[in-house]
Write a protein that binds this ligand. Structure first.
Ligand code: MN
Length: 250
């Protein structure tokens, strides 16, 4: 069978200050897509709508990957002093991808920053800096602080009637946590379906049946060994992309 082409958005990585930056992403995203039966297709951050649209037309689904903070002006706020590093070109690339996919019903999976981006692109807002804006005993950067992507930092409670609950088959899972921002108000058309023990929203879904899911944790780092239940999320995503492609084939 012809594999679904899964577009994966990229980060910008700086190695030496005398070298141009690299655009790409961590191997775990690519591995998770291949293991789920998809064909990964890296989508670079670019400042050209026509080129971006041409890439978008060639993919069957969008995987918004993790990364740094999102510019708060995209949800109508001024930056707080504790705002982290932003990637202007990446924001500029991902915002239209989400909006096009939402308009077309093309499947979307947002991971960490990707879940936040889905929410912002569709009209939601974020906490710019969890430690200064939320009263919580949890360290949502704990897996990062421990330098272990598979460190299970806290639990994720899932809404019983959610698509994620059906996929993962559990009310509660232990997850990794490597995020500085989080969802504040949920965008129109989306629903919060997962929460950390302190009430931080850690999973969202479309309310209209569109395969549009965002998770605040990093399942791509857990799915191969730490918690294989996450493989189902990637498989269902790739299957939804195949169905979308076949439905919209000329
Ligand atoms: Mn967390």
């Amino acid at each position: 069978m012809n594999r679904a082409c899964i577009g994966i958005t990229c980060g910008t990585f700086y190695d030496h200050d005398w070298c141009p930056p690299s655009i790409g992403h961590r191997k775990t995203y690519i591995d998770a897509v291949v293991a789920a039966g998809g064909a990964p297709f890296l989508l670079p951050s670019i400042d050209d709508d026509a080129a971006l649209r041409a890439l978008y037309e060639r993919i069957d689904g969008v995987l918004l990957a993790g990364g740094g903070d999102i510019e708060p002006r995209h949800y109508g706020e001024q930056p707080l002093p504790a705002l982290g590093v932003v990637d202007v070109l990446r924001d500029r690339t991902e915002l239209p991808l989400v909006r096009w996919a939402a308009a077309d019903g093309k499947p979307v999976l947002g991971i960490c920053r990707g879940a936040q981006m889905v929410n912002v692109a569709l009209g939601g807002t974020l906490y710019q800096d969890i430690p200064s804006q939320l009263e919580t005993k949890l360290n949502h950067s704990d897996s990062y602080a421990r330098q272990d992507w598979t460190y299970l930092a806290h639990t994720l409670r899932l809404a019983p009637d959610s698509r994620l609950h059906r996929m993962l088959g559990s009310d509660e899972l232990s997850i990794n946590s490597l995020h500085h921002q989080s969802i504040k108000t949920v965008a129109p058309g989306l629903m919060a379906v997962g929460w950390a023990p302190d009430g931080v929203i850690e999973a969202i879904e479309s309310a209209n049946g569109h395969f549009l899911i965002g998770v605040q944790c990093h399942p791509e780092a857990l799915q191969s060994t730490t918690d294989p239940r996450w493989q189902t999320l990637f498989r269902r995503f790739v299957e939804a992309c195949v169905r979308f492609r076949d439905r919209t084939a000329e």
